[in-house]
Design a protein around this ligand. Structure first.
Ligand code: 5RP
Length: 225
């Protein structure tokens, strides 16, 4: 089954996590987009009243264009469940996110959520994290110096670009540096080291955050923490 079909199946299965009256966190990316579309359909068919918050301008705009009300994160007391995609996921339900450059807001939602559900296709599964380059969100001021530190650490950094001249700018006004972490055996230690660097806002390691992974294979597979 192709990846898009798997993403769609996983998104559909994630509707089981949602109940009327909930506050739902909306992820970012192609799989989360499938979920937002299916959520709208379920809201209409099942007469659900939901509150939603979004992890990016893109997802907020998309949800609003469908007529879904999206609140600001600070307007809600807590989030019952966040449904999001992932770029990579291991068997311990740890992962790498940020391929869509939304890792900061995604993590803000995730840490405020009672439950975090990832919806993925099976190409995202890996034995050891590092198949996907680790996105790190940095402030523009002094970004070259952070980049050089990553180079010294042997992490083969590259700035995420929108074209050959322009660095990508995130929703929060930051840049993204992508790192090669394929040789890293202890993501927890590296995550702490990176988080401790001045100029770094957040990294794309999502460790001990996800509660359930839904893989859109036929039949659907799930992994639970
Ligand atoms: C965005 C993300 C996405 O969840 C991740 O990139 C997966 O995207 P897709 O569902 O398109 O494969 O972390 O920052």
């Amino acid at each position: 089954m192709d990846q898009n079909a798997q993403k769609q199946r996983a998104a559909l299965a994630a509707l089981d996590e949602v109940q009327d009256g909930m506050t739902v966190g909306l992820g970012t990316g192609s799989t989360a987009t499938f979920f937002i579309q299916l959520l709208k359909q379920a809201m209409m068919e099942r007469h659900w009243q939901l509150t939603t918050v979004a992890s990016s301008t893109r997802s907020a705009d998309m949800a609003r264009s469908l007529g879904i009300t999206v609140k600001d994160i600070d307007e809600v007391d807590n989030i019952d469940v966040t449904i999001d995609g992932a770029d990579e996921c291991d068997w311990s339900l740890n992962g790498i996110k940020g391929g869509g450059a939304a890792l900061l807001y995604e993590k803000v939602l995730a840490v405020r959520s009672n439950r975090n559900i990832w919806i993925i296709d099976d190409s995202k599964l890996s034995e050891q994290l590092g198949q996907f380059r680790l996105p790190v969100e940095v402030i523009p001021f002094g970004a070259e110096q952070v980049f050089n530190r990553f180079q010294d650490m042997g992490l083969a950094p590259s700035f995420r670009m929108t074209n050959i001249w322009d660095r990508l700018v995130t929703d929060a006004g930051h840049h993204i540096i992508d790192l090669d972490v394929s040789n890293v055996n202890n993501p927890y230690r590296l995550a702490d080291d990176i988080k401790g660097m001045t100029g770094v806002v957040e990294h794309g390691f999502f460790l001990d955050i996800c509660d359930r992974v839904i893989i859109g294979t036929d039949p659907i597979q799930t992994m639970v923490r």
